[in-house]
Design a protein around this ligand. Structure first.
Ligand code: AP5
Length: 214
């Protein structure tokens, strides 16, 4: 099954994708992670994307679509989860063209719904391991020993630049204007699945699994 997962910033897309990768063996295609890796490696793509990402704006469509195209061309039949793409209707239409060309089908578009008042707490408290990308939260998912990553042991745990107050405000606005309309888009296509993204991460995962079966 090939799916995409979308929702507001901080809805838990990355958290749920990680669980699906671990338990269902799917390939995770996260445009945010791809951009952050390009920034870390100071590639031309990373240099171009950095200022957009740090300020909470979308990276231009043509750059993002080309990046996703290159990944999908090499997917070789593995089931995938697209996380963070598409982000607007232009990208959604481009995705259809890309999938047609590589002869793949999108089975479901999972929308994670989280109350707006929870999102700022989730984003401002998030911490990420720079080495392996594992995601924590200072209150709801702290490091087990308080200083190093539970997953890889690195002590390089940081706060994303776009998780600071001003960027969070911009990201929420961009979401409302550009990404939220995708709910209607996928409802009309007949493959929208809506899941409540609050409660424990395990509970949300169970709801997604159930919704994908129906
Ligand atoms: P991206 O990395 O995709 O950011 P985002 O969509 O804003 O999503 P986040 O990564 O912030 O949140 P998430 O939903 O994955 O939540 P998480 O699981 O981490 O994109 C970053 C930037 O890249 C964009 O702003 C843009 O500039 C650029 N970009 C990316 N894609 C693009 C595209 N297609 N086009 C153009 N530009 C693009 O969880 C968040 C926190 O909540 C964590 O601390 C976690 O522990 C906690 N949490 C998770 N689940 C729960 C739960 N059930 N209960 C309580 N806390 C929870």
């Amino acid at each position: 099954m090939n799916i995409l997962i979308f929702g507001p910033p901080g809805a838990g897309k990355g958290t749920q994708s990680a669980l699906m990768v671990e338990r269902m063996g799917m390939k995770h295609i996260s445009t945010g992670d791809l951009f952050r890796s390009a920034i870390k490696n100071k590639t031309p793509l990373g240099i171009e994307a950095k200022s957009f990402i740090d300020s909470g704006k979308l990276v231009p469509d043509q750059v993002t679509i080309k990046m996703v195209e290159e990944v999908l061309e090499q997917i070789n039949g593995t089931s995938f989860i697209l996380d963070g793409f598409p982000r607007n209707v232009t990208q959604a239409q481009a995705l259809e063209g890309l999938l047609d060309r590589v002869k793949l089908t999108l089975n479901k578009a999972v929308f994670l719904e989280v109350p707006a008042e929870d999102l700022v707490d989730r984003l401002s408290g998030r911490r990420t391991c720079r080495s392996c990308g594992a995601v924590y939260h200072v209150v709801t998912k702290p490091l087990k020993n308080g200083k190093s990553c539970d997953n890889c042991g690195s002590q390089d745990i940081y706060q994303r630049e776009d998780d600071k107050a001003e960027s969070i405000r911009t990201r929420l606005k961009v979401y409302e204007e550009s990404t939220k309309p995708l709910k209607d888009y996928y409802a009309k296509k007949g493959n929208l699945v809506e899941v409540k993204g609050f409660g424990t991460a395990e509970g949300v995962y169970t709801s997604i699994k159930q919704a994908l079966k129906n």
